[in-house]
Design a protein around this ligand. Sequence first.
Ligand SMILES: NC(=O)C1=CN([C@@H]2O[C@H](COP(=O)(O)OP(=O)(O)OC[C@H]3O[C@@H](n4cnc5c(N)ncnc54)[C@H](O)[C@@H]3O)[C@@H](O)[C@H]2O)C=CC1
Ligand SMILES: Cc1cc2nc3c(=O)[nH]c(=O)nc-3n(C[C@H](O)[C@H](O)[C@H](O)COP(=O)(O)O)c2cc1C
Length: 177
Amino acid sequence: MAQCRPADGSPEPCLPAVTRQGYRDAMARLGAAVNIVTTDGPAGRHGFTASAVCSVTDSPPTLLVCLNKGSSAAGAVHANGVVCVNTLAAGHEDLSNLFGGRTPVEERFAAARWCRSATGAPMLADAVVAFDCRIVRTVEVGTHDVLFCEVVGLAEGGAQEGLIYFSRRYHAVTGTS
Ligand SMILES: NC(=O)C1=CN([C@@H]2O[C@H](COP(=O)(O)OP(=O)(O)OC[C@H]3O[C@@H](n4cnc5c(N)ncnc54)[C@H](O)[C@@H]3O)[C@@H](O)[C@H]2O)C=CC1
Ligand SMILES: Cc1cc2nc3c(=O)[nH]c(=O)nc-3n(C[C@H](O)[C@H](O)[C@H](O)COP(=O)(O)O)c2cc1C
């Protein structure tokens, strides 16, 4: 790596200080699947786009979602206590941008077809895969809440191409050889 100096006993740090923008630029190089995380219940329907989603453990099946505390979806997600993580396919780029902010909730949902999952959270009809979840723990870290979500239902779709967000752009990836 260009910034890494040899370990020659020098007291200087090996890497420069990390700024917020530097961190974001670095994270832009870390490709990730794109998901729409939905919720419904007493606090109403909401949803947001999330790339910060990751598997935690398979026993019990648990994934995590990082949710910005300032998101308009945050109140509903916490109050309802359930989410459906809908993993997007190639062709869902516009839907991802709609759920990516500043669009009224009803406009977001009007742009796709949804089913009701067992928890009540909206499940995207043509998702690559959908994880129906109950939020079992929340940990606050800086600007975000890390939601630990126990998966109580699964639905696999038939899409052949997934969607990856890398270098601030969407890329279709194929699962067939
Ligand atoms: N984890 C998050 O909250 C993420 C938020 N976003 C938001 O979506 C919009 C478009 O994203 P980009 O074009 O990739 O722009 P960007 O240049 O702001 O972000 C580059 C990368 O940095 C990370 N990142 C961005 N904002 C972050 C935040 N507040 N907390 C933690 N990590 C963050 C993500 O990995 C993102 O792909 C931005 O407003 C960005 O803040 C995007 C990806 C993840
Ligand atoms: C590709 C992409 C990935 C995103 N990933 C996340 C994420 O992991 N966590 C998060 O809180 N926000 C993420 N966002 C931003 C939220 O989708 C957005 O802030 C959210 O919809 C709230 O906007 P609102 O307050 O206008 O509703 C992402 C946006 C895009 C476009």
